[in-house]
Design a protein around this ligand. Structure first.
Ligand code: ITT
Length: 217
């Protein structure tokens, strides 16, 4: 399996995601630039699922930059809404990227559905594409309950309206470390993106230079 080292493009224009992805890559000594830093265009996300859209974004950034590119496609899937907004999670916030409006719409559509379920899950697909065309993708999920009214100001997007299973605070009320920190003991991380990242790291990042390998595990 090919290992990732050196310079990488994080193919996102979403500042919240970029921050999390940079933090996740920090221990691996990879020099990360963003597609925003490089002035890359945002490709149209025409895929039918999260992995397909992550691959579209990573391929476009790898081709345009000549560097390996890591992209995330993610969203929240609500059981009472048959999985919506899912891959359309960003679009629900509109041009203004107003996630409080998107969360209000979610609350009202869930109420209208008549379903008693408040179950939801976040999904993150991470795709890594090298400029020579080699591709790798993984998916992470976290299940929990919708929480209305939204609580907390940490994180981004739908974080204030999602309480992961086993917790009584929303992602919006958690520190970055709690939401997407990687446990040192090898246990599963909490967020969908951190879980996907653990799979990516296991396959592509734990070379001789990784802190985990150096610690003798
Ligand atoms: P890029 O395509 O440039 O990466 P985007 O915001 O358009 O940015 P997506 O198409 O993947 O990204 O949309 C994902 C949306 O789902 C994102 O805008 C968030 O609102 C939401 N989302 C994903 N992960 C989230 C998280 O960890 N916490 C809160 N909301 C999240």
């Amino acid at each position: 399996m090919r290992r990732l080292h050196g310079k990488l493009v994080i193919a996102t224009h979403n500042a919240g995601k970029l921050r999390e992805m940079r933090e996740l890559l920090t221990p691996y000594g990879i020099e990360a630039v963003s597609s925003g830093d490089l002035g890359l265009d945002e490709p149209e996300e025409t895929g039918a699922d999260f992995v397909a859209n992550a691959l579209i974004k990573a391929r476009a950034a790898a081709m345009a930059s000549g560097l390996p590119a890591l992209a995330d496609d993610s969203g929240v899937c609500v059981d009472a809404l048959d999985g919506a907004p899912g891959i359309y999670s960003a679009r629900w916030a509109g041009e203004a990227k107003d996630f409080y409006a998107a969360m209000a719409r979610m609350e009202s559509e869930v109420e209208k559905s008549g379903s008693p379920s408040r179950r939801a899950h976040f999904v993150s697909a991470l795709a890594l594409v090298w400029p020579d065309g080699e591709e790798f993708s993984v998916e992470g999920k976290v299940f929990g309950d919708l929480t209305f009214p939204p609580r907390g100001t940490a994180g981004f997007g739908y974080d204030p309206c999602f309480t992961p299973d086993g917790h009584d605070r929303t992602f919006g009320e958690m520190s970055a470390e709690e939401k997407h920190g990687i446990p040192a003991d090898g246990a599963q991380a909490l967020s969908h993106r951190a879980r996907a990242f653990q799979l990516l790291a296991k396959n592509l990042l734990e070379g001789d230079s990784s802190p985990v390998a150096n610690s003798g595990r």
